[in-house]
Design a protein around this ligand. Sequence first.
Ligand code: CMP
Length: 139
Amino acid sequence: MELTLSIIKPDAVSRNLTGQINSLIEKNNIKIVAQKMIRLSIDDAKTFYGVHKERAFFEDLCSYMISGPIVVQVLKGKSVVSKYRDLMGATNPENAEENTIRKLYGLSVEENSVHGSDSKENSKVEIDFFFSKREIFNL
Ligand code: CMP
């Protein structure tokens, strides 16, 4: 069993889509083992997305990510890092497969509704960024 970090982004939380996204996660046999609604500070957004700091979209991305509350989650399942990336679909919703979260709900390459860790190594770093051990349940 593997863990991954998921974020339901401001565009999806503000459109009342948290439950529909959670339903897709659960229907795909992935367990939500930690979850909370938070609002990022600008410093946290810049740290979390630090890998993108040289990209042209970095400042816009950080502004968007602090524009409203987000839901951060720890997901658990077999090969869940790649399984959740498949369920999310391509970064740009226009390129995403049918029935993926981003195809169903994404608005643009930036407002793409969800984030998921891109590797097992990064999942550990990203989970530790948001959650303490006692917030993650052994479901
Ligand atoms: P995410 O999976 O959270 O990882 C980085 C985020 O940057 C990505 O989803 C998008 O929200 C955003 N992003 C990636 N590429 C672009 C782009 N070309 N223009 C604007 N935002 C982008």
